[in-house]
Design a binder for this molecule. Structure first.
Ligand code: NAD
Ligand code: FE2
Length: 384
């Protein structure tokens, strides 16, 4: 059996954030709880949405206590603020961090027995849908606006908790590339590589099937064609729009079929060192692709290479494997992604603890090659 869960309604295209007004009116919502982070206020991205609230006289309460790699406290403070606000829907604006925090808030408000947040880790048995949420991504990476996952740090346990819950999916996704124009080069590169990682990991996960493959191959193709252009010129409206769609398309697949150990290994780096999620994934992806090439997934690498733009005519499976890995490395280098863990302040002495945490991550179950703590440790050392 295959399952697919997507938003009720999604909008795409430059300027589409204006539909907040129609969607709120259509659903009878009166007041928004606006979740975003301080940098998005500083860079004027939040103002682009506040303009829609004000032009349409939609009352709103602003909540911006969200840090990149958000914590349990960010969710719990948000729950208190939501309850005090008198709002009846959430508008989440940001990268994965703000959208994930909003998902946690929306879930806990309607499922108060999970107020500790820790009990939401993994697949939680919530009974009620989250507060209805409109999600507007400002990065082209996580696809948090269309996924049934959110990722929150348990600081006490030094752990990134992946929470999987169909009740958290935003009712409405509003994918407006204009909200992404202000992303600096490094963030564009890292988040774009996060999207590529989603597409590749869920293309080779054992649960992949015809529909998810269709999404992931298209996402890989669009990212290969547009990511470098979006990094080189943040005002390239064609590349920005294509990346905004590609990351969403990747999300339609991975949210429903799962990921693999690139994500398992990236999560502890976020928990231990606050490494940006996209940087961690981008750096680890080629190493894990090499490792997973020794599994049944190897037969699909040639399709990855082709979607990356390689002429694969006449290639053997082994040549397809090399071509796929090389094309990912070439893209990564061309957008200045760091290539070694030692370059991003990872401590070699932590590798055994990182490997245990990665092995226990929810995403490990989706990896095409059965793995072990020892194997993961060896990949970290190779990437170091
Ligand atoms: N829910 C999911 O399915 C899912 C999937 C992958 C990752 N994640 C999680 O998402 C988080 C990462 O999200 P992210 O990579 O989108 O980044 P982010 O939300 O952590 O944002 C990083 C920084 O970039 C800034 N920023 C975001 N958009 C900007 C813009 N348009 N202009 C200028 N600055 C901008 C933010 O203010 C922040 O300071 C991690 O916690 C990760 O684990 C979630
Ligand atoms: Fe990711």
């Amino acid at each position: 059996m295959n399952r697919i869960i997507l938003n009720e309604t999604s909008y795409f295209g430059a300027g589409c954030r204006s539909v907040i007004a129609q969607e709120a009116a259509r659903r009878g919502f009166k007041k928004a709880f606006f979740v975003t982070d301080k940098d998005l206020i500083k860079f004027g991205v939040a103002a682009q949405v506040i303009h829609v609230f004000e032009a349409n006289q939609i009352p709103y309460e602003l909540y911006s206590d969200v840090k990149a790699n958000p914590t349990i406290a960010n969710v719990q403070n948000g729950v208190k603020a939501y309850k005090a606000s008198g709002a009846d829907f959430i508008v989440a604006l940001g990268g994965g961090s703000s959208i994930d925090t909003a998902k946690g808030i929306g879930i806990v408000v309607n499922n108060p027995e999970f107020a500790d947040v820790k009990s939401l880790e993994g697949v939680a048995d919530t009974k009620h849908k989250a507060v209805p949420t409109f999600a507007l991504p400002t990065t082209a990476g996580t696809a948090a606006e269309v996924t049934i996952n959110y990722v929150i740090i348990d600081e006490e346990a030094r752990k990134k908790m992946v929470c999987v819950d169909p009740n958290d999916i935003p009712a409405v996704a509003i994918v407006d590339p204009e909200l992404m124009y202000s992303m600096p080069k490094g963030l564009t590169a890292a988040t774009g590589m996060d999207a590529l990682t989603h597409a590749i990991e869920s293309f080779i996960t054992p649960g992949a099937w015809a529909m998810s493959d269709m999404f992931e191959l298209k996402a890989i193709e669009m990212i290969a064609q547009n990511l470098k252009a979006a990094v080189d010129n943040g005002q390239d409206t064609v590349a920005r729009e294509a990346m905004s769609q590609a990351q969403y398309i990747a999300g339609m697949g991975f949210s429903n079929v799962g990921l693999g150990i690139v994500h398992s290994m990236a999560h502890p780096l976020g928990a231990f060192y606050d490494t940006p999620h996209g940087v961690a994934n981008a750096l680890l992806l080629p190493y894990v692709m090499e490792y997973n090439a020794e599994s049944a997934a190897a037969s699909k690498y040639i399709q990855i290479a082709k979607a990356m733009g390689v002429d694969t005519t006449g290639m053997t499976q082994a040549e397809g494997v090399s071509a796929a890995i090389e094309s990912v490395k070439t893209l990564s280098l061309s957008i200045h992604i760091p290539q070694r863990l030692s370059e991003i302040n990872v401590k070699e002495a932590d590798i055994p603890s990182l490997a245990v945490a990665a092995f226990n991550d929810v995403c490990t179950g989706g990896n095409p090659r059965p793995t072990s703590v020892e194997d993961i440790e060896a990949i970290y050392r190779k990437a170091f």
